[in-house]
Design a binder for this molecule. Structure first.
Ligand code: CU1
Length: 146
């Protein structure tokens, strides 16, 4: 009896898993993010991106940001971001394909950005990537919404 109650307790705890509303990513001087996949909850009212650049190189040489788009839009937004230039954080202005993005930071710096959770749909196919020219080939990952 006691074992059965314990089991039920664990099962209930497993179902009520905590809501995750933050995307915590580190970038480094080797042009890498520390994660290839991040999961957020579809129920989040707001989602915060926290990017920490753990390297030492300056922003002009090894700047990183985090941009979120539908997976199908990643390449086009990365290309448009390159044209937008460093003053625009390599993110095209007023581009509806950009769901969210942080500013560009260099080594030792951190940045955050918050966006409405309603911009993401459960089960959607999203990517996060760095739009610094040439970086998205290596610095990208899957954003899972569940
Ligand atoms: Cu980067």
């Amino acid at each position: 009896m006691r074992a059965a109650l314990l089991f039920l307790g664990f099962a209930a705890a497993g179902m009520a898993h905590a809501e995750n509303c933050s995307i915590d990513i580190k970038g480094d001087d080797a042009m890498k993010f520390d994660k290839a996949e991040v999961t957020v909850s579809a129920s989040c009212k707001k989602i915060t991106i926290n990017l920490a650049h753990t390297g030492k190189m300056p922003v002009a040489a090894m700047g990183h940001n985090v941009v979120i788009t539908a997976a199908d839009d990643m390449q086009a937004v990365a290309t448009a971001g390159m044209s937008a230039g460093v003053a625009a954080n390599y993110v095209p202005a007023d581009d509806k394909r950009v769901i969210a993005h942080t500013s560009l930071v260099g080594g030792g710096a951190s940045t955050s950005a918050t966006f409405a959770g309603s911009l993401l749909k459960a089960g959607g196919n999203y990517e996060f990537f760095c739009s610094f020219p040439g970086h998205y080939a290596l610095m990208k990952g899957k954003l899972v919404v569940q």
